[in-house]
Structures are given as C-alpha cells and as structure tokens.
Design a protein around this ligand. Sequence first.
Ligand code: DP6
Length: 372
Amino acid sequence: MVTESFLTLPQLELPSKGGSITVTAPSNIALVKYWGKSQGQIPRNASISFTLSNCFTKTTLGFTPFSEQSKAGQEMVNDLDDSNFEVFVDGLSKPDFAPKIATFFNRIEAYLPWIRSFQWRIDTENTFPHGSGIASSASGFAALAGALMELENSWSLDPLPPELRAQKTSFLARLGSGSASRSVLGPLMYWGTHPALPASSDLFACILDQEVHAVFIDYKDTILLVDQGEKEVSSTLGHNLMHDHPFANQRFDQAQDNLGKLLAVLACGDTHEFCRIVETEALSLHAMMMTSNPSYLLMKPNTLAIIEKVRIFRRANNVPVCFTLDAGANVHLLYPAKFTPQVMPWIQNELSGHCQAGQFIEDQVGQGVKKV
Ligand code: DP6
C-alpha cells in the first residue's frame, strides 16, 4: 500500500533551465544491527540507530534538462547509466562510483520518473576522512535521496505532507543502501517491522517517537579509527553470506528480541542495560562474520584491546561507556554527554594509542538530512 502511494506521482512543473541543490546527511550508528536482507533491500530483522551529527556527507546535485531531441533519444535507452550522470568526490571525477549510482537510479526510477529528463552532476564530500573505515554509503545515499526529494518538493504543485515526504526519502535512500534509510531523520531511527512498533515498516525507517529518556538525547559517539584501510569484505557480500548461514534465524530472532528490550531501556534510561544490549549486538554481528562460509574477521588486535579496556574502565569507574562496531575494525564509544570530562582524558591517554595515527572523531547524536 505504501509503495503504491510512492508510485502515485505528484503533479510536477519541471524546470526548463538547469540548476542545483545542496543537502547534508549524517552517518548513523546502529544499536541493534541490520545484517541479512532479502531481495529488494528488505531487512531480515528490525534495526535501530542513533543518527550522528559531525560525520556527514554534503552533496550538491546539479541538473540540466535534456533538450527535447536528446530526450527522445534517451527514452529509447532501457537502463539509466553513467551517460545520465557524473560523480565527483572532493571535486575529482569518480567513475568507479558509477555502477552503484546507476543501480540506485534504476531502482528509484519508478518512484521518480522525472530523473530521466535531466543530466545529473553529483558533487559529494564527506566530513570524515576518505578511507577512514566509516561507511559513506549511509550518509551518501541519504544525501542523494534527500536532494532528489527536495527537488521533487520544489517542483510539485501539490507537495507531499512532511511525514509522507520523510517516508519517501527514507524509502528511496534504502534502495541505495539499507542503513541509509535510517539517516534521514534523528535522533533515533528504526527500520524493519517489529511487533512492538506498530508504525514500523520494512520499506522505510521511522523516527522513534516513543518517550526517550533525556540521557539519550545528547549521547556521545567517539569513533576510534583503528584501521583506516578499505574493508576487506564489503557489507553487500556480508549480507549475502547470511542467506545460508547456520545461525541466521537465531540471529534474526535475537535482534528482534534485543530491539524490544532496548525500547524499554530507551524509555527508562537504564544506561547499564543499554551497554549490555549494544555490546551484545556488536559482537553478534561480528560473530556472524566469523561463522559464515567462508568465514572472515574484520576486528583487529587493537579493536580487541580497546574492547577489553572499555569493560575494565566501565567496571572500575561505574561510567556507562560502551562500545559498538559496524562492519569494520573501528570502535564507536557511546556514552552520556555528562561523562565526557571523565571519558575524554581516558580516550586520549589510554585508547588513542590503539588508533591509526592516534586518530579519533568526536561525534554525537544528530538530526538527519538538511537543506543547505
Ligand atoms: C553493519 O547498509 O551498508 O552497518 O544495504 O547492502 O548497502 P547495504 O548494506 P549496509 O549494511 C550496514 C550494516 C551495518 C549495521 C547497520 O548499520 O545496521
């Protein structure tokens, strides 16, 4: 039903001249992980994440209408490809990004058919260092979907109401990268159907609008850059390995269960139970990688050294700081903002030595896509 509503196209007045739009979209960090999907970017379990703030992608989307003649030629082409767009990262042409963007454009065309009427120029830059091991696909596709929806909105004679527009943005972002669906709004976003969340959908993420305890509103995420190389195994490959993984069904059940428990924790502010669930999720994600066929390992010795120190520090100081991981070796340290004076010197003195070139990024919970 929702897909149908996204297929109902608004009446648009397309511009006869070219122009551009700029948006930013943040990265997000999952508390309950999305790992495993079915055809059509449908998650096998529900996930929930903090939207971040300082780690974001800024995308300027330039458009030039095709002349009537070249447009007629275009309509004969079946698939959208890199003749329809150019991609630049930090001002440099990046043809190697074209296949992923082409797949995205072809997936979204049914919902935004007007994309075929223009030649596109995608100029993108990330605030986090390139190759830092921080996934740019979540923020990148959220920014692209956000920019396209800004255009549709500005050309629409009957713009979508804000809630439906956010849903469609998330729906489109999901078709680029599943986790991108959760970067559209903030501070907490869930994606995937879950019995405790009546509005939940596999097709788009929703903002968590239940009561959230004040402690979680300004949570910190300090990202320890353990390994800044390219990932050895892509997320896409990792998701695929869940198809005939021996523990897949147990994992999907565990995630659903953890999400239910986390909702209660987010309401009551029990930060110690928060730490327990979030760390279990991180290690379960990596356990899936270690027990897939073929197996692989993305954690590095420094990842484990940090994990051990986090647990020792938490016990010794009774500070609710916990770790989580995405599909890489970097460690995200999550903690309430009020503990920053205790946590930051410890990071600097004890943990930064485990980071490549001593580097870490200070981030916190944020709000999602913004028009610049
Ligand atoms: C480990 O969203 O990158 O970060 O849908 O194939 O693009 P695709 O995968 P992706 O998977 C990210 C998985 C994760 C956990 C999470 O963010 O929930």
